[in-house]
Write a protein that binds this ligand. Structure first.
Ligand code: SAH
Length: 267
């Protein structure tokens, strides 16, 4: 009589990695799922846009704190090459670590989360993506303006102002034409190319189109200014706003009467 062999070893855990959205900065905006996952991590790879408060919450009270690797530009360091980050995630996950990649906002909104998920899955690593509140949405609440409104805007476009090296950037005139049809334009990474963005949009939209800029949305340092498309660049300079910031263009900005004040400090 043959008996089936008994295996005393527990099967090896499937290597896995979580891409976690840290939200815009306020730790109270983290999801419960993000926090639970963070608190189980043995290796944390942290972006430069992740707030200190979120990181502190992730580490608070841990008897065995995870290894934390900052992979951003903080402290004047050059940013870590993307290929290095992906190699580190893959090797640590294959070695059995509970790897968490903590990203500002949402991992799948301009966060290279897609590239990282592909690199991990190509190595047989299970990927879990946990949403965070993207800064483009945090900018909406910082201004007190909804991005959709039945009287002003029937949709939203999330667009990057920064094109990959060698790649064509967005066609701002086309996006401007869509904004003219009632879509709110939310521009990430637009500050470095603001003059070109403004010029492109002015090919399709009138200079009096409402615009706003929110720096550090969703943090205690949030600052915002409102202006028009025609005064966008000069308003940003006058108010000394810089990255990280969200630029918003669209008629929906009319929905907030209080936006008539030239500058707001949103704490
Ligand atoms: N995954 C992130 C976006 C990363 S791209 C998210 O979902 O928010 C980086 C750009 O995001 C910055 O250049 C800036 O345009 C925007 N950004 C990130 N954090 C921000 C914040 N707190 N306030 C305003 N803009 C922010």
């Amino acid at each position: 009589m043959t008996t089936s062999p008994r295996c005393s070893r527990t099967p090896a855990r499937t290597p896995r990695c979580a891409l976690v959205g840290a939200g815009p900065g306020d730790p109270e905006l983290l999801t419960l799922k993000a926090l639970r996952t963070l608190r189980r991590a043995t290796l944390l790879l942290v972006d430069d846009l992740v707030s200190d408060a979120v990181l502190a919450l992730a580490l608070r009270g841990r008897r065995q704190p995870p290894r934390v690797v900052h992979v951003g530009k903080r402290g004047g360091c050059r940013s870590t090459p993307q290929a290095f980050i992906e190699r580190l995630m893959v090797s640590a996950a294959l070695a059995g670590e509970r790897v968490v990649r903590l990203k500002g906002g949402d991992p799948f909104v301009f966060g290279r989360g897609g590239e990282e998920a592909e690199a991990l899955r190509a190595q047989g690593i299970a990927v879990e993506v946990i949403n965070g509140i993207t800064s483009g949405l945090a900018a909406s609440t910082a201004l007190g303006v909804p991005w959709t409104h039945r009287d002003h805007a029937h949709g939203v476009m999330l667009v990057t102002g920064h094109a990959r090296e060698g790649a064509a950037g967005p066609d701002w005139a086309v996006l401007g034409a869509a904004a003219a049809q009632g879509l709110t334009l939310i521009i990430y990474m637009g500050m470095a190319r603001l003059t070109a963005v403004q010029a492109g949009l002015l090919r399709a939209l009138p200079g009096h189109t409402p615009a706003a800029v929110v720096q550090a949305a969703g943090t205690a340092q949030a600052r915002a200014c409102d202006c028009t498309l025609g005064t966008l660049v000069t308003a940003v300079q006058a108010h000394g706003l810089g990255s990280p910031a969200i630029v918003v263009i669209g008629d929906v900005l009319q929905a907030r009467a209080a936006l008539a004040t030239p500058e707001r400090h949103v704490a």
